[in-house]
Design a protein around this ligand. Sequence first.
Ligand code: CO
Length: 453
Amino acid sequence: MTSVQSSEPEWTHLPEYQEVQDLLDFIPQAPTAYQAVGVLSGRLQEAGFAACKPGSLTRLQPGDRGFIQFNGSALLAFSIGESPLEAFRLVGAHTDSPGLKIKPDPVIYGSSSARLATEVYGGPLLNTWFDRPLSLAGRAALRSQDPLHPELVEVDFKRPILILPSLAIHLNRQANDGVKIERQKVLNPILTLSDNSGAGSGGSLQPDLLTEALAELLGTDTADILDYDLFAYDCTRPEITGLHQEFINAPRLDNLGLCLSAVQSLIKVSCFDGPLHSGIAAVILTDNEEVGSRSKQGAASALLRDSLELLQLACGGDRRSFLNSLPQSFMISADQAHGVHPNYPEVADANCRPLLNQGPVIKSAANQSYTSDADSSAVILDLCQRHHIPCQRFVNRSDMPGGSTIGPVSSTFLPLRSVDIGNPLWAMHAIRETAGCLDQHYSSKLFEAFWQA
Ligand code: CO
């Protein structure tokens, strides 16, 4: 009997697949917003974008490009085109993903184990966090010479160190009929088996197990670790799946997929040796979208408005030219969308039914939870048609509220034309989400077309 081996489909060798390969590499390097911004900044710098500080933006001219980090978790990348004072062309996305954030003084010592207390960050599908190898990443604040400026360092354990086991079905026969997840009681992943019953907790001077592990990872003294922002994450690799390798299954596709395609597309159009694009092309990646964007590094702050004004001033403009440029400007707010789920087709609208691998989705809502209107949607529809990019529409079922994104929040501060788009996903906010491989390519193509139009 001859054995039949399934061969790799031809299309994985197509150039369209390069973007998805890039995403497969990027996601494990970006377990939290801090690493996402770190890695993307590195890519920008390699491509000739200068690392800037808001105060160091003095003289900019066509052809200049740079980036600014905010809080280590938000990023503005810009490329100065011809006639920079005329308009901004922006693509916005968010760097954060829903999950479990480690609480302060988190180690809970029990009779047989040490667990970590967590808070829920944003709106994850909590049931998907159980029974997986979890790791920890984020940043730590270390003692420095200046008490007002602790040293901030990225942290990533990179290996599984936590597990959140479900209760066996024999001990809860109703488990398959839906289980209420009691956040305070059960979202405490297990770090180790331990009979240590007191160290670190309740104001003890002894460092706890996590601080010891952090000190070892960072090569520092436990006494120098003043605090941290750490999140649990799924540290298994992203995978391509589907009979014809058409899906990507990975953590944090919302919204790392679009952060990556926005930055890579900006690099491509700014480093291209054809004619320079017009206006100021920029990517703004903000943090804390999953908790409402209300932070200094979030979209509901003056961050974007102030930095755009600084760019105008550095290009020789003034407040008047800045205000004049806003109605001429355009923003694509890029955040993932819902693809129709084959097992739950009834939750989609009757006619607007986005499918995976069928291109970017324009999201609209009468209540303005998305910014798209006829004027801004028309821009995307026409660009897609001209560049042979498939394009789809999303609208909520009339009896479902749906989600929102950074678009409407940014529009509150910046009166510019804006549209909300995203790639269709299944299982948005699960610990691993599923997208269509080709859609990563289509969104990059759309961003390039937008900046070059
Ligand atoms: Co999102």
